[in-house]
Design a protein. Structure first.
Length: 427
C-alpha cells in the first residue's frame, strides 16, 4: 500500500522540576540549599531515511511523545535529560503545521533531521536562588512543558524524470520497458493507483529514477479523480516526459490531451512551466501511416517542444529518447522543488517563543494575565514561604505585569488570575 499523506500528533518531553532541598550532614550546621536542576525534556525529531518509501507506519500510529526530564535532587544532583524521540520518514517528506498550514521542514537528504517539537527546559534547583539576603530559599523552579502540535506529513516522490499523461496512454508500459519496475498494466483507466518508481541504467551513464505518475484527468487540480494526490509528486521532478497516445485509439485528440494536461498543471501551480518538458508520442505501432505521424509531430513541434515517436510495446524509438533524456538531465542539474502556491512564501517556518510576552484581559471583573512564562513561574513558587512569595512578586514586577495592571485601573482587593492561581491585588 502506498501512503503519501498522514496526520500525527507530537508531544515533546516536559522539563524536570528543580529540586528543593538542604544539605544535612553531621558537623555541617549551615549546609545551605543543594537542590539540583531538572533535566531537559526530550525533543521530537523527524529524520529522513533513504530506506523508507511510504508514510504507511503513520496510518496505524498517530501519537508520539518524547521522554520527560527527571527532577533535580539533593546534593546538587541534576535530573537526567529526556531522550529525544527520533521518527524516521522517507526522503521527500514535507512537514506542515496543521493549524497554520505553514511548511515547517522539507527533508530531502538521507540522515537530514528536524526538531518538530522542542522539549521543555528543566527548572532551576533552589541552590541557584541563594543570596546574601536569601540564604535559605524554600522554592525551586518547575520544569517547562514540552511543545505539542498536530502535523501534516506529505510525501513528494524524489525522481529525476516524471511520466505525465492521461490514463491508458502507455506510461506503465514505458516504465516497465526501460526499467526493472513491474507496474500493473492493463487496458483500462486508472490501472496505476499509486506512483511507481523505476531506475534506468542506460549505457555507461549515471542511473536515474523515473516515476510513473498516475493518470491525470480534467479537474485534477481541484481534486477530481485522484488529482491533487498525484500532482504533488510532479513538483520534484527535474524533467517531465509527456506520454501521449498518437494513435487516437480511444477517439482522443493528441494535441488537445497535451493542452489539457498543461492546463491542469498550471492551475495546480503556475511554476510548472519552469520545468523542462519533452514529448513522447506513443503507440506509433497502431498508426502505420508515416504521413499522419509526421503531421501530428509537427503540431507539437510548432508549440516549441522536442518530440519523439516511440512504441513502448515494441521498443521502437526508445533508444533515441533515452539518449536525449541522459543529455538533458546532465544539462539541467539540480533543481529546487516547487511548493504549493499558497505556502510558497512560508517555506521553512520556525515558531519562536517570547517568554516575556503577556496579555491582560477582563473576565467578569477578574484581571486575567496570560503568558508563556506563567506556568513555569507558578510551578516554582512555594506560597507558604515568604521568600518564595517575594521572588514571585519580583518576577511579576520585572516583567511589567503590575505596571500594566495599574495602567488598566486596577484597585485594591480586585481579583487577579494567573494561570491556575487567583489572588487579591494590594498596592
Amino acid at each position: 500500500m502506498f501512503i503519501d499523506c498522514a496526520q500525527v500528533y507530537v508531544t515533546a518531553g516536559n522539563g524536570g522540576h528543580g529540586g528543593m532541598s538542604f544539605r544535612r550532614e553531621k558537623y555541617v550546621p549551615n549546609g545551605g540549599p543543594d537542590g539540583g536542576n531538572g533535566g531537559r525534556g526530550g525533543n521530537v525529531v523527524f529524520m529522513a531515511d533513504a530506506g523508507l518509501r511510504t508514510l504507511l507506519p503513520f496510518k496505524y500510529k498517530k501519537k508520539y511523545k518524547a521522554d520527560s526530564g527527571k527532577n533535580g535532587t539533593g546534593g546538587r544532583s541534576s535530573g537526567k535529560s529526556g531522550e529525544d524521540l527520533i521518527i524516521k520518514v522517507p526522503l521527500g517528506t514535507v512537514i506542515k503545521d496543521k493549524e497554520t498550514g505553514n511548511i515547517l521542514f522539507d527533508l530531502n537528504e538521507d540522515g537530514e533531521s528536524a526538531i518538530v517539537a522542542r522539549g521543555g527546559r528543566g527548572g532551576l534547583g533552589n541552590m541557584n536562588f541563594s543570596s546574601a539576603t536569601r540564604q535559605a530559599p524554600r522554592f525551586a523552579q518547575g520544569g517547562v512543558r514540552g511543545e505539542e502540535r498536530t502535523l501534516m506529513l506529505e510525501l513528494k516522490l524524489i525522481a529525476d524524470v516524471g511520466l505525465v499523461g492521461f490514463p491508458n496512454v502507455g506510461k506503465s508500459t514505458f516504465l516497465s520497458s526501460v526499467t526493472a519496475a513491474r507496474p500493473k498494466i492493463a487496458n483500462y483507466h486508472f490501472t496505476t493507483l499509486s506512483p511507481n518508481l523505476g531506475v534506468v541504467q542506460w549505457k555507461n551513464s549515471e542511473p536515474f529514477v523515473i516515476s510513473d505518475i498516475p493518470g491525470i484527468i480534467e479537474g485534477a487540480h481541484q481534486g477530481v479523480g485522484l488529482g491533487i494526490q498525484f500532482l504533488r509528486h510532479v513538483e520534484r521532478n527535474r524533467l517531465l516526459l509527456h506520454i501521449i497516445d498518437i494513435s487516437g485509439s480511444e477517439g482522443r485528440d493528441p494535441l488537445k490531451d497535451f493542452q489539457d494536461i498543461q492546463s491542469e498543471m498550471r492551475h495546480y501551480n503556475p511554476r510548472f512551466s519552469e520545468r523542462k518538458q519533452i514529448i513522447a508520442l506513443n503507440k506509433i505501432d497502431l498508426l502505420p501511416d508515416p504521413g499522419e505521424r509526421a503531421r501530428i509531430q509537427s503540431e507539437f513541434e510548432a508549440e516549441g517542444y522536442e518530440v519523439f515517436l516511440i512504441s513502448a510495446a515494441t521498443g521502437e524509438g526508445i533508444d533515441a529518447l533515452l539518449d536525449r533524456m541522459i543529455t538533458l538531465l546532465a544539462e539541467i542539474g539540480e533543481v529546487e522543488p516547487i511548493f504549493d502556491v499558497e505556502t510558497d512564501l512560508d517555506v521553512i517556518y520556525r515558531p519562536t517563543m517570547d517568554e516575556d510576552t503577556f496579555t491582560i484581559t477582563r473576565d467578569e471583573g477578574v484581571y486575567v494575565v496570560q503568558g508563556d512564562f506563567l506556568e513555569r513561574l507558578i510551578n516554582s513558587v512555594n506560597f507558604d514561604d515568604l521568600d518564595s512569595v517575594g521572588y514571585f512578586q519580583k518576577i511579576l514586577t520585572d516583567k511589567g505585569v503590575f505596571k500594566e495592571l495599574e495602567a488598566m485601573g486596577i484597585q485594591d482587593e480586585d481579583l487577579v488570575r494567573l494561570d491556575t492561581v487567583e489572588f487579591e491585588y494590594y498596592q
